[in-house]
Design a protein around this ligand. Structure first.
Ligand SMILES: *Cc1c(COP(=O)(O)O)cnc(C)c1O
Ligand code: SF4
Length: 349
């Protein structure tokens, strides 16, 4: 198997280079590439079947990125919620620690598009150390989410040291890593890496698949390797117009994830991130999709559809409404639209 670093080194970094693999007009795309970097490693490139297919749309710049007049650079107000650089403290008991600025591929819909893969994302040993000190000094923090960029861009040695320092803080109960590598560069998940993670349990990994075409045998092997190291795996999918915005595709994705031992965790409504407006669906699209999934497939395969509220107000579940009225009796529809009732109080029967 080719080493992950080599696959990364051979990445396609510009529309002109991509034109060697696909037949399309790359000139319009060159200008777009300048606003947010492009990187498609040779593994993910091999999964793209044709121009404008769902994987292409995730990886290749679109002229629509620079014509986005609606969205804003930092919709989740992450910079305002950072007590120290590269640490976001939004919820009472958990923080997000950003430890890498690069990724194995730059997703066009990225929420941190304003800085990921650019010099604006200044992550240093010092910023990481400051983040760890903040966590140590704030014992209400029970859980540390390690993200980026993609944390798995760090070397095994750096990851081991980072995890060890976080694990040494007595108030930290759970470590959670957010990484797209099992999807975008599954060769990164080696047995050695999984063994390092296993030293720092309880450790959870949330990965990120958006389309069933990403569920390859390589991805399955990566997830198996992590699961065999005792790591519970979740998936955070983003609802993307023209990529996965229908129930049939998501059903296939979520059931496929379960088969490779990944539990769908969140399905995210698109954030208001500048340069991503063309991917956004109306919130009713996602709610309608959820209605088609809930009850019809295993509850294990159904994620929570959530909106990350603008201004850093937190994630809000958007759930189809089944309740018709509540009082002495709860009146509701079931997943098939059938009318049901449930008496609240035995005495009133
Ligand atoms: C999403 C997020 C979390 C984690 O939220 P969960 O609902 O626990 O998955 C934590 N901190 C920040 C800043 C986040 O954006
Ligand atoms: S892997 Fe994650 S952080 Fe990196 S570009 Fe994609 S969405 Fe953004």
């Amino acid at each position: 198997m080719t080493h992950w670093k080599e696959i990364l080194q051979n990445s396609v970094n510009s529309p002109t280079e991509l034109a060697r693999h696909f037949d399309f007009d790359c000139n319009v795309l060159e200008a777009t590439n300048a606003s947010f970097p492009m990187r498609i490693n040779t593994y993910y490139l091999s999964l793209i079947r044709s121009v404008n297919d769902p994987l292409w749309k995730q990886a290749v710049p679109s002229p629509l990125e620079i014509n986005d007049s609606i969205c804003i650079p930092d919709p989740l107000a992450e910079e305002d919620l950072s007590p120290v650089p590269n640490l976001v403290h939004k919820y009472p008991d958990r923080v997000l620690l950003l430890v890498a600025s690069e990724c194995a591929m730059y997703c066009r819909f990225c929420t941190r598009k304003r800085k990921v893969g650019t010099p604006k994302m200044a992550i240093t040993e010092k910023s990481i150390e400051e983040g760890i000190r903040y966590i140590r000094e704030n014992p209400e923090i029970r859980e540390v989410l390690i993200s980026g960029g993609d944390p798995l861009m760090l070397s095994d040695k750096k990851l081991d040291s980072l995890l060890g320092r976080i694990r040494a803080i007595p108030s930290v109960e759970v470590i959670r890593i957010g990484t797209r590598m099992p999807c975008t560069l599954p060769m990164r998940i080696t047995k050695e890496l999984a063994a390092i993670f296993a030293k720092h349990h309880p450790l959870y990994i949330n990965t990120h698949f958006n389309h069933p075409d990403e569920l390859t045998k390589e991805a399955a092997l990566a997830c198996t390797t992590l699961a065999n190291a005792g790591i519970p795996l979740g998936c955070q999918t983003v609802l993307l117009k023209g990529v996965n915005d229908n129930a049939a595709i998501l059903k296939k994705l979520f059931l496929g994830l379960l088969r490779i031992r990944v539990k769908p965790y969140y399905l995210f409504q698109g954030d208001l991130t500048k340069g991503t407006n063309h991917f956004r669906t109306h919130s009713s699209t996602g709610i309608k999709i959820m209605r088609e999934l809930i009850g019809n497939i295993s509850g294990m395969a159904v994620p929570t559809f959530a909106l990350d509220a603008p201004g850093g107000k937190g994630k809000i579940p958007l759930t189809p409404d089944y309740i018709l009225s509540c009082g002495d009796e709860l009146l509701f529809h079931n997943y098939r639209g059938k009318f049901c009732s449930y008496p609240e109080n035995g005495d009133s029967l």
